[in-house]
Ligand binder design. Structure first.
Ligand SMILES: C[S@@+](CC[C@H](N)C(=O)[O-])C[C@H]1O[C@@H](n2cnc3c(N)ncnc32)[C@H](O)[C@@H]1O
Length: 332
């Protein structure tokens, strides 16, 4: 089984580019990913004429969705470290005659001038970057003063799975978190962005809920590697997967990966470039530290679904997005 986390750290070294494409296509079909992207869009909508950068664009799912929303005067640009993923993104854009530009590039050394973009987004990328602070410095550098941003990153010490063996489950999930270069980027993102001049920030906790097959694709290769290097015992792991398979058969399986959507705009003279003259808004308890904590997204703060039906998630997410779009932050 492909270790997707190792793969996304260096997709061009991974023999299995096709497996990474297939993984990203499966992730794109998850309703909880679709909800996340709709919320990012609602919080940070593209405008005609915007120049938008998607950092770590993968095979281009979001850039393709944005194409056409900025008009002829705007531009959608995707960069990714992986040559093979960028080639696949380009192939898909050409097949769809989509007006998107892709480039190979590193989030920590963006090959664009200062103040070049009106909006930057990134999703599930900084967890793979050793020094996400440098990548955020770069994002702030290429974003114009007042420019807007929307990011979504997981917090890899916040994986939940309703498994039987608590001690073993913690041990397994710790192996997964330890395999990620920046497992705490989710919880750090609000602070790191504020320190770099983020203003009017909204933070939305979001859980990407996964059915068992996807859960296995996300962590299976990594825990398999932990068995090979002696950190996990094969017999115990096999029984753990069998237990999860039984709970899936009985309709009891429940698992998800928590992360945070953080959106906002750059201060007009942002702190990250030695300015920082713009005052934070006067805060109150709910808008403490210059940011609004919004209602957790997705349907999963309620009763978990017994079946992975689309309609229910979609209905709840629309309500949630409507309230966000209407500027109704809720008590965090
Ligand atoms: C989980 S995928 C997410 C792809 C895309 N954002 C999406 O939502 O479908 C992580 C992506 O980050 C890219 N990546 C990892 N490190 C990077 C870096 N330093 N600079 C740019 N891209 C990077 C990987 O090549 C991969 O495409």
């Amino acid at each position: 089984m492909t270790d997707i986390h190792r793969g996304f750290r260096d997709a061009d070294q991974a023999a299995e580019s096709e497996a990474l494409f297939a993984f990203l296509d499966s992730a794109d079909r998850l309703e909880s990913i679709a909800i996340c992207r709709r919320q990012m869009l609602a919080l940070c909508p593209p405008r005609p004429g915007d120049r938008i950068l998607d950092i770590g664009c993968g095979i281009g799912h979001t850039t393709l969705a944005l194409a056409g929303r900025v008009g002829d005067a705007g531009a959608i640009v995707g960069i990714d470290k992986s040559r093979s993923l960028v080639a696949e993104a380009q192939r898909r854009a050409v097949a769809l005659s989509a007006s998107v530009t892709y480039r190979i590039g590193d989030a920590s050394r963006l090959d664009f001038p200062d103040d070049h973009f009106d909006m930057c987004r990134t999703e599930r990328v900084l967890m793979y970057v050793e020094t996400p602070e440098r990548a955020l410095d770069e994002m702030v550098r290429v974003l114009r003063p007042g420019g807007r941003f929307a990011l979504f990153e997981f917090d890899y010490d916040c994986i939940v799975v309703d498994a039987g063996n608590t001690a073993l489950t913690r041990h397994i999930l710790r192996q997964v978190a330890n395999s990620i270069p920046s497992p705490w980027i989710g919880r750090r993102l609000p602070r790191l962005l504020r320190e770099r001049g983020g203003r009017d920030m909204t933070v939305v906790p979001h859980m990407v809920a996964t059915p068992l097959a996807m859960f296995r694709r996300v962590i299976g290769g990594t825990v398999g590697a932990a068995v090979e290097n002696g950190a996990l015992e094969a017999g115990g792991l096999d029984e753990w997967w069998r237990d999860l398979a039984r709970s899936d058969t009985d309709g009891r399986f429940f698992a998800g990966f928590f992360g945070f959507i953080v959106s906002g705009r750059l201060a007009v003279e942002e702190a990250g470039r030695g300015g920082g003259k713009e005052e934070q808004g006067v805060g109150d308890a709910e808008r403490g530290q210059g940011m609004t904590l919004a209602r957790p997204s997705a349907a999963f703060c309620r009763e978990p679904p017994r079946r992975w039906g689309k309609d229910r998630h979609a209905a709840l997410s629309h309500a949630s997005i409507r309230s966000l779009a209407a500027g109704e932050p809720t008590r965090g």
